[in-house]
Design a protein around this ligand. Sequence first.
Ligand code: 5AD
Ligand code: SF4
Length: 442
Amino acid sequence: MSAPKKLFIKTYGCQMNVYDSERMAEAMGGAGYTETHDVSDADMILLNTCHIREKAAEKVYSELGRFRDLKDARPDLKIGVAGCVAQAEGEEIMRRQPLVDLVVGPQSYHRLPEMAARLALGEKALDTDFPEEDKFEQLKARPKAKRGPTAFLTVQEGCDKFCAFCVVPYTRGAEVSRPAGRILDEARGLVERGVREITLLGQNVNAYHGAGPQGGDWSLARLIWALSEVDGLERIRFTTSHPNDMSDDLIEAHGSCAKLMPYLHLPVQSGSDRILKRMNRKHTAQSYLKVIERIRAARPDILLSGDFIVGFPEETDADFQDTLRLIEAVGYGTAYSFKYSTRPGTPAANRAQVDAGVADERLRRLQALLTEQQHAVQQSMVGRDVSVLFEKPGRMLGQMVGKSEYLHAVHVVAPDIQPGDIARVRITESGTNSLAGVLVTV
Ligand code: 5AD
Ligand code: SF4
C-alpha cells in the first residue's frame, strides 16, 4: 500500500467555512489523505476561501502566488481552491493563476475524492454545480476521532434575503435547511466524541425550517428544544440571524431553554431607515429595536452582538449619525464592523460610492464607540459569577482558558481543570479582549 498523502487546508472567512473544511478533510480521509498542518509537507493544498469583501478575495490570489516556489520544487503538488471565491469566479481562477489544479464550490465538496483522482491522472478539475444530492449525507463523518469540547454544526445554508451589498445568495445559493433527524444524529455523534457545546450554523440560521423526523417543518426553536434533550450536550448557540426571522418561539426559547446560551448575534448593518431600505434589509431601525426589546424581556442578561457596514453607497453624515444612535440605544457586548466593499454582481455595486476617506473616518468612529461598549460590558462582569466551559491550557503555567455563557474568553489558574469541564468562576479582572477569574469553591 502506498504511504498516505498529506492534505493541507487553509480556511478563510466565516465559521461555516471552518465546518466545511473539517468535512472536506474527512471526505479526503476516505481517499487516502491525512491532514497536515505543515504546508511544505503537503501533497495537496486546499484554500477554503471567502468572497464576502474584496480584500478577502484578493488575499486568495496573493496566497496562491506564494505557492509557486513549492510547486516548482515539487511538480506533483496539487493546489485547489474551494469555498465562495471558487463558486463566484470558477474557471477564471485557473486562467488568472495557472498553478491551480482544482476549483470546487461549496455545494460540491462530497465530490472532492473523485476530483482528486482526476488530478492524479494529470487532469484539472472544476465543479461549481448546485447538485441535487445532499452533500452532508454524502460527507457523513467517518470514524470518530475524539474532539474538543466545542463544535460547529451546519443546519442551514444559503440565503433568500438578497441584501443589496451581499454575495451570499449568489455564492451559497438559495436557503436550504437540513432535516432535523440528521442534525440530531450528527449532534449525538459529536457528543459521543467529547463535544459539550454546539453552535448551529447557517447564513440565515433563524430562518431554519427543516423537515421534522415525523413530517412537518421544524423551526429553529423546535430544533433547539430537541437538541436540549441530548444528554451530555450542555450548551447550544446559533449564528447568524436576520432580525425579521426572530420568531416568537425562538425569543421564548431564549427565556426558557436552559441550554441555550445568553448570547445573540443579530446584525442590523445600519441605523438609518433610508440606508436600510436601499440595502433591501426589509426592516427599520425601530423594528430592530423592538425585537431587541422583546429578546431582553425574555432574557434580560443576554449579550448582544451585531454587524455594521459604513460607507454604503449614498450614506450621508446624518445616516451615519443614525447608526451611532442605534448603537447607543442597544449597547452591544461585541460587534463586527466593516467598510462597504463593492461586490461585482450585487445590486449596490453600480451605485454612487462614498469617498474612501470619509468611510475610513466613519469606521474609526463607529469602532471607537463599539470598543467602548465592549469594555463597559466586560467591566460589568467583574465581581460576577459565570459558568465557564474550559477548552484548553492558557499561556501561563496552570492556566486554563474557556468561554463563559456570554462567549467571553475567561482565563483561570486552575491546574486541576480539564478541557471539557464546566465550572463556576468569579470574574476578577477585565482585559482588552478577555476576562480573568478564580474558581468559585462551594
Ligand atoms: N461590504 C462590507 N461588508 C459586508 N458584509 C457583507 N457584505 C459586505 C460588503 N459587500 C458584512 C455584513 C455581514 C457580514 C457577514 O459581512 O455586515 O453581516
Ligand atoms: Fe447576506 Fe445576511 Fe443579507 Fe443574506 S441576510 S443577503 S447572508 S447579509
